[in-house]
Design a protein. Structure first.
Length: 366
């Protein structure tokens, strides 16, 4: 029988976490599956084998240490997000009763309750780990499935210990902002300041994925501009979540800007500058790793895709459930456009389409 504390914690933290992060779960699942299927196999799976799609991915997971490391990183990011969510909820005034009710119990009972909560949060990963263990035993891969299961169990134990420590400490005072208030902040830098003040974890996770894309998938990049363009496409798509947050930052905090005497072209140009700053490390890599003309072309392609992602937010950015399918469709269209050799044509098309959507949607926001 569950302890009363476990039931309360489950209703507050577990259900709330899944409601808030349903979009992130879908994004991480699609990203991991896309890597395993399209990149690791290069899409060269006969049509007759599509029924074994899930099994092939799982075999890859339990037999390839590189894919397993990628899975570990995804699970770690997922658990860090859960730590962040629980910590934020515990700091709220409406959850203050937990500090008094839970601390009346022994540390061991608190640990068991929090362990059960984190076990539920990690249940999607555990279900896949159990399936991987079963497939690994069938195909005589014994070590990696056990390592995966042990790793998830260790993450759950560490999470429970962190929650016990937080629950036995009174809520801290709100942390002061890390952005000095006296600095001059041009309009196009406001979202960048917001990232370093409130969205540091999302930014670091995005850059970690970029490092993996560059180091794992494209270290042995052939002398083919299409492959480089696909790398740029993946880099921009990794930033899709930040671009989505940029839209809501503008909508929630900068709605008064529409009353300013700024022309639509000026606002669009400010958006371009924002994305250049946001993607400055990646664009620096493009200009240094490729020949000047190729680097500039890839840079313009990246900016145009970022602008297109930003502009579709005005039509499909109301919720993550609407935004993610639009991003996925856009990814497929751009991917096949690049594969058929239309990279240079995509640059002006993306800019024109993004400006059109920006022009139609900016002053029509709710």
């Amino acid at each position: 029988m569950k302890q009363p504390l476990t039931v309360v914690l489950m209703r507050i933290f577990t259900y709330g976490f899944f409601r808030m992060h349903a979009g992130m779960l879908l994004f991480m699942f699609v990203t991991f599956i896309s890597y395993c299927f399209f990149i690791n196999t290069l899409g060269a799976i006969p049509q007759d084998w599509m029924a074994y799609f899930q099994q092939l991915i799982t075999i890859t997971l339990v037999s390839n240490p590189l894919i397993m490391c990628l899975f570990f990183i995804v699970c770690l990011i997922y658990n860090i997000k859960s730590w962040q969510y629980v910590s934020l909820q515990l700091s709220g005034t409406e959850q203050q009763f937990i500090y008094y009710s839970s601390t009346a119990m022994s540390r061991s009972k608190q640990f068991r309750s929090w362990f059960y909560i984190q076990l539920l949060i990690n249940m999607p990963a555990f279900v896949y780990a159990v399936f991987a263990l079963f497939i690994g035993l069938m195909w005589h891969h014994y070590v990696l499935p056990l390592v995966i299961f042990s790793y998830l169990l260790l993450l759950t134990i560490i999470s429970a210990l962190i929650y016990v420590q937080l629950a036995n400490r009174f809520a801290d005072m709100p942390h002061p902002t890390v952005i000095p208030g006296r600095w001059k902040k041009p309009l196009f830098t406001l979202f960048i300041y917001h990232i370093f003040d409130k969205r540091k974890l999302t930014y670091l996770i995005s850059k970690a994925f970029i490092i993996m894309i560059i180091s794992i998938g494209f270290v042995r990049m052939p002398n083919d501009l299409r492959t480089s363009a696909i790398a740029v496409l993946l880099i921009i798509m990794v930033h899709a979540l930040l671009i989505y947050q940029e839209h809501h930052f503008e909508k929630d905090y900068l709605s008064f800007m529409r009353n300013f005497p700024y022309g639509i072209t000026r606002i669009y140009f400010y958006s371009v500058l924002t994305h250049i700053i946001l993607l400055l490390p990646e664009f620096t890599w493009l200009l240094t790793a490729f020949k000047p003309l190729a680097g500039i072309g890839l840079l313009l392609l990246g900016i145009s895709i970022a602008q297109l992602l930003r502009s579709i937010c005005y039509r499909n950015g109301s919720s993550m459930q609407v935004y993610l399918p639009a991003v996925f469709v856009l990814f497929l269209l751009l991917f096949w456009g690049i594969m058929y050799g239309y990279m240079l044509w995509l640059i002006p098309i993306n800019f024109i389409l993004s400006f059109f959507l920006f022009y139609r949607g900016y002053f029509r926001q709710d």
